[in-house]
Design a protein around this ligand. Structure first.
Ligand code: URA
Length: 239
C-alpha cells in the first residue's frame, strides 16, 4: 500500500466523509505518528500510527468480514424496504464500498462474506475457481440414496445448463449437508425440487475450507484473519 492522503485514507476506513475529516483535523482531533496532523492532505505511509479522537485506527487497504446472516435480511448493499447484511455491520467496522461477496436468499441463514475488495470477490465467485460452499438443508420429505446419486450426477435445471456434480451427505432423514461448486439462483432449492423435495430451511456453514465461526450470533460479524482468507480460497473445501 503506497502513501495516501490522510483524508482519503480515513474516509476509506469509514471514519467520515473527507469534509468531516478535514474538520476533525482542523480541530486537532487526528494524531499521526505521535504528532497532531495539521493538514488533511498530509501524505501518510501504510504503517503510520493514526489516532482519531483518542482512538487508534488500524489502516488497511481492504476489509473482509464474516457475517452470520439471519433470515429476513437481504444479501445486498442496499435494500428497498428490507434490512441488508451491510446495514448490520457495526459502525466501527463500516467503511465505504462494502458489499456481500455472493448472495444468499432472504430466508437462508449463515456465512456471508462482506468486503470492499472487488477483485477478491470476483475470484471466489468465479465459476473458474469452483470454490466450494457448504450448506445444511432441512427438507420436508425423506432423503434417500437416489437423491445423493442425482446430486452427484449433476441435476438438470429448467432453462439452465446441467448443474455441476454436488456432494450430498445424509445427516438424518430430513437433513443433508450439500457442497456446491457454483452459485446459480436458488440453486439448492431448485435441485431438491427437481428430486421432489422442498427445502424448509437452509444454512451456509462454510466457504472454501473456512467454517462459520460458531461464536457469531445471528446478525453478528467479525473480521477475518489473513489465514482465514486463505482458507476461503481453498478449493478442497472442509476436511
Ligand atoms: N441455494 C439456494 O437455493 N439458496 C441460497 O440461499 C443458497 C443456495
Amino acid at each position: 500500500m503506497k502513501e495516501e492522503r490522510l483524508d482519503k485514507l480515513l474516509a476509506a476506513q469509514g471514519i467520515g466523509s473527507r469534509k468531516e475529516i478535514k474538520e476533525l483535523v482542523r480541530k486537532g482531533g487526528v494524531v499521526v505518528n505521535g504528532c497532531m496532523a495539521k493538514s488533511a492532505d498530509l501524505k501518510i505511509a501504510p504503517d503510520a500510527e493514526v489516532v482519531v479522537q483518542g482512538k487508534p485506527i488500524l489502516l488497511k487497504k481492504h476489509l473482509y468480514l464474516m457475517m452470520n446472516k439471519p433470515t429476513g435480511v437481504v444479501s445486498a448493499s442496499r435494500g428497498d424496504d428490507c434490512p441488508t447484511v451491510v446495514d448490520l455491520v457495526p459502525p466501527e467496522l463500516k467503511r465505504r464500498g462494502l458489499f456481500p461477496a455472493g448472495r444468499l436468499d432472504k430466508d437462508t441463514t449463515g456465512f456471508v462474506l462482506i468486503t470492499d475488495d472487488g477483485a477478491f470477490a470476483h475470484d471466489i465467485l468465479s465459476p473458474k475457481h469452483h470454490i466450494p460452499k457448504t450448506y445444511i438443508a432441512t427438507l420436508d420429505g425423506i432423503l434417500t440414496e437416489k437423491v445423493v446419486e442425482a446430486f452427484a450426477g449433476g441435476i438438470p435445471l429448467k432453462n439452465e445448463d446441467r448443474c455441476l456434480p454436488a456432494q450430498l451427505t445424509i445427516l438424518d432423514d430430513h437433513t443433508a449437508k450439500v457442497v456446491l461448486h457454483e452459485g446459480m439462483y436458488h440453486q439448492i432449492k431448485r435441485m431438491f425440487a427437481a428430486c421432489g423435495l422442498h427445502v424448509d430451511a437452509l444454512h451456509r456453514m462454510a466457504m472454501g475450507a473456512l467454517p462459520l465461526d460458531e461464536n457469531l450470533a445471528e446478525g453478528q460479524c467479525r473480521e477475518l484473519t489473513p489465514q482465514e482468507l486463505e482458507l476461503v480460497q481453498n478449493r478442497d473445501g472442509l476436511k
